[in-house]
Design a protein around this ligand. Structure first.
Ligand code: QAP
Ligand code: CO
Length: 170
């Protein structure tokens, strides 16, 4: 297993639209294992393949406290199943150090495949509903900062650009 590099906002590669997975081969299994290792190492609860510069529809997630509930979503589709909205304070491994409130539909159904390619469908609310919508956005080139005001978004961008310059002075 190996740690993958997480792309950070405002890297334009984060705007890439992911393609559906067609082959459930060893290469895919290795990517999924490496994504879990990368997510756990960074203390995250969700990671989309887009964030590690692989532009296919793969999401890994673990909402447990003790890494006991790894979940994989391949080629996911999300359907809003109610009118309720919920505001949740979101963060993102691609926007490290920043957390902001985002308003999203509270109840969704997820239709996806597991790592073997077997289809499944689940009803989601609470954190699972928030997290799957956040991660689906990544596969569509969208970030949670896109829901903020331009002022807030640009402040975050400027701070991250400055932090990146300090990491790699050129
Ligand atoms: C997406 O985000 C999410 O800034 C997953 O310094 C987050 O795993 C969905 C993280 C909240 C719903 C609610 C962020 C770790 C992890 C940071 C993450 C940080 C260290 C974010
Ligand atoms: Co994210």
């Amino acid at each position: 297993m190996s740690l993958l590099t997480i792309l950070e906002y405002p890297d334009p590669k984060l705007r890439t639209i992911a393609k559906p997975v067609t082959e459930f081969d060893d290469h895919l299994q290795t990517l999924i294992d490496d994504m879990f290792e990368t997510m756990y190492n960074a203390r995250g609860i969700g990671l989309a393949a887009t964030q590690v510069d692989h532009h296919i529809q793969v999401i890994v997630m673990d909402l447990s406290e003790d890494k006991s509930q790894p979940k994989v979503f391949i080629n996911p589709a999300v359907t809003i199943t109610g009118d309720a909205h919920k505001v949740y304070e979101e963060g993102c491994l691609s926007v490290p150090g920043f957390h902001e409130k985002v308003d999203r539909p509270a109840d969704v159904r997820i239709d996806a495949m597991d790592r073997e390619g077997k289809p499944f469908s689940i009803e989601a609310d609470e954190l699972l509903a928030v997290c799957i919508q956040h991660e689906m956005d990544h596969l569509n080139g969208k970030l949670f900062v896109d829901y903020l005001s331009a002022l807030k978004r640009n402040r975050i961008k400027d701070k991250l650009v400055k932090a990146h310059r300090k990491q790699k002075p050129s």
